[in-house]
Design a protein around this ligand. Sequence first.
Ligand code: ZN
Length: 246
Amino acid sequence: MNAAPADQIRLLDLQALDSRLDQLAHRRRTLPEHAEIDKATADHNALKDLVVAAQAQLGDTTREQAKAEADVEQVRSRAARNQQRMDSGAVSPKDLENLQHENASLAKRQGDLEDIVLEVMERLESAQTRVVELTARLEHSSVVVAEAEGRRDAEFAEIDGQVEKVRRDREAIAHIIPADLMKSYLRLREQQGGVGAARLYQRRCEGCRTEFSITEFNAIKAEPADKVLRCENCGRILVRTGESGV
Ligand SMILES: [Zn+2]
């Protein structure tokens, strides 16, 4: 393949811009914010589950408290009805004895149930505290996620701005380079880890760093300037410039 030396040198400019685009894409993919957002989101989701569980616990305990209070009320009103009957004087001595006996057990039962109410209230308070604490942590975790996403988006905007500029520069060069040279470059770039064209500098291929022997170098020197050379070691297009010493 033949190409004007100026077009071969343009290929090196194109290569530099393509490498720059690769670096920017790599930076975009590997921003530390990605891992930070993943972790903060996982924390947020875990907290969300904890809040749901704590709210369910609070609901259960609230119902338990209502039940315990209703139990106390039931015993209290039964004892009050018994007391009314006793106070009315319209009961037989035997019934009076039975009612007194029943109210004595109801008083003991009420005491036991009131202990249960107190115990449930304590659990209710800690369930409420837990919901409040976890909800505050959940809100904070949303802020942490949003803050990291904000930094990531600012990085994206900065990188994308650079990408746009480099792409414009690239297009300006790419459309000048002959199609066959371009095609060969793109194929090699894909095969050779993103570098399809390399400069010959101080007897070295800058693509693979191989140093050519004097004999090989002399052979390169003997080639016409418009011949598109390939590195014998890595196969990349080897471009001679004013600094190549050829
Ligand atoms: Zn090479």
